[in-house]
Ligand binder design. Sequence first.
Ligand SMILES: Nc1ncnc2c1ncn2[C@@H]1O[C@H](COP(=O)(O)OP(=O)(O)OP(=O)(O)O)[C@@H](O)[C@H]1O
Ligand SMILES: [Zn+2]
Length: 697
Amino acid sequence: MPTPAHSSLAEPLTYRADQALAPGTLVRVPLGAREVLGVVWANDLPAPAAELAVQVRPIAGALDGLPPLDDHWRALIGFTARYYQRALGEVALAALPPQLRTLTSVQLARRLKRQSAAATVQPGTPTLEALSGEQAAALQAIEAERGPFLLFGATGSGKTEVYMRAAADALARDPAAQVLVLVPEINLTPQLEARFAARFGAEAVVSLHSGLTPAQRLGHWLAAHLGHARIVLGTRVAVLASVPWLALIVVDEEHDPSYKQQEGARYSARDLAVYRGHLSGAKVVLGSATPSLESWHASTPAPDGPGRYQRLAMPRRIGTAATDDPNAGLPRVRRVDMTRQPKGTLLAPPLLAALTERVGRGEQVLLLLNRRGWAPVLACGDCGWKSECPHCSAYRVFHKIDRTLRCHHCGFTQRVPRACPSCGNPDIGTLGRGTEQLEERLVELLAEVRRPDGSPVQVLRIDADSARGAGRLEAQLAQVHGGDVDVLVGTQMVAKGHDFRRVSLVAAINPDGALYASDFRAPERLFALLMQAAGRAGRDAASGMDSEMWVQTQHPKHALFAALKTHDYPGFAAGQLKERAEAGLPPFCHLALLRAEARTQEAAQGFLNAVAETAAEALAQGELAEAFSNLTWYPAVPLTVQRVANIERAQMLIESPSRMALQRVLAACQPLLHALRASAEHKAVVRWAMDVDPLAV
Ligand SMILES: Nc1ncnc2c1ncn2[C@@H]1O[C@H](COP(=O)(O)OP(=O)(O)OP(=O)(O)O)[C@@H](O)[C@H]1O
Ligand SMILES: [Zn+2]
């Protein structure tokens, strides 16, 4: 009973095969007029009645040069499809390398011949540093206990070393063992891949992510599937790779939102990693200096929390064990009250002075501004015109570099008008600031400043615009690591995971926007971003540089900044969890979002409300009555950015204290959703999607 990978059909299809095929075997099967890739899902079906048997088509061929996908993998795919409410075939397909879809059995055999044999792993090289006491204790616990573990290690506490030693232990224990290491965005951390390759040998490590060519992706996937790769390093898609001898899964920076897939099956790779570990008996280590509140709560011991994960703390930075100060080596946090600065100040004078001094001493400075472009809005002071996107409910951003107005939602781009398009006023201006403007201003402000060797100061901007193009980002990061850059300006991209050795001052230029955002996770995100940004400063304890994190804010007394000042993640988390418990928000309840897109807002909301009504009629009585009574359905509302590319977007929140109840009702809603979508009444609906455990609401 192979499941053809591309169909949106929920259930596997039945085919006939002359030879017995083990479950997990890849096959090519006819589907309508096409021939597609499939996976044998079960082979123990009762023979169909004679009159039906003639309708069962034979498979076109089996890719039997390849070992079948194992039970654990199939169970993982089955779980993912069920939990995230998607078709089995779709999830299986997304997990397989695209090139497999087109290969014939003969081509695959040829490809397999070229695949190199199993890599030999050199266990430990003699140049290893001695572990810190905290690192040694964490490793010992990982060795001795079952987990899953939350490695709660301060920035610069040496979590990567713990991952590598735990990996080395797992590989040494079993000559076939494999390790899966998940990272948020691989091109942001080229350093990490290099460190693993240096430690374990380049042949033993393969990467899996969307930046690979189709041929590389197939090659790396095969290396993992055949057991040749001992370490598989990848982004969220790698959690679904076939890794048959899996012994350890590491999820680095487990709080990172990019672990959540945002289209198709909207899975959380972090949550699936925990499930996968449970399925295949592999240990799971989630690591972060700013864990997600879900993982923090899960690792809180009874009676205050469920104690499902075991928390391992490494509060100290490497090289600071000799002092009594638990925050030794972490930057001193300074809040600048922007209400006391002249209106429109971009960089407060004391910050500019500190920055100038640091650069003059040959230290590096990192400025965080989470907004790309020159200014978020272009506006006319006379008639009130603003640079709205004609296709979206959003403003187009002014990019000075190529003099364009660009919509960051739909991509619509035009040249900047010379005068106000509405009233002809030639004197149009900008509102707000982005990274381009900050970069330009810094170059002006630092024009007279010299580095210790007398050369002019170098300013570099890193954001999604500067990083466009293959290899650009890696090259820019290499410039920073190489010391060619004095001031680095960037969006959240620069705050993540980098081991910058010479940064001694980090500043958040304007973080206030997120303080009062409507999403209940906004404070958690902001706190993590600022802690991580601060974590890029003063990483070389041996250099003796003191380091600082500056925060420019209109709300210097805000509790979030107070917690940041003392590097108090546990205090911040406790406050947030208390609020979440009182408000009945995750992790104390479970959410699903139903989204709809249509030509009109009315049609989008009408569809969602019809789903809620139909579900109530169909499910409130009968078998699912009790589960259904555990759910709260909120009315449909427009999304914050309501219209994108002329499509109206709406969503409906469904909430339950019981994950099980939510799962059962969502599954029962699937046929209702498909039927409603197909009905004439809702033909204006363009698409709908279900997001289980959504990250943003
Ligand atoms: N036992 C050790 N002795 C000396 N140096 C070490 C040791 N362990 C790690 N380091 C070094 O300390 C630095 C910080 O370690 P690492 O990058 O692993 O930190 P991290 O905990 O992952 O931080 P972040 O959360 O900021 O990414 C690295 O340069 C690493 O090589
Ligand atoms: Zn647009």
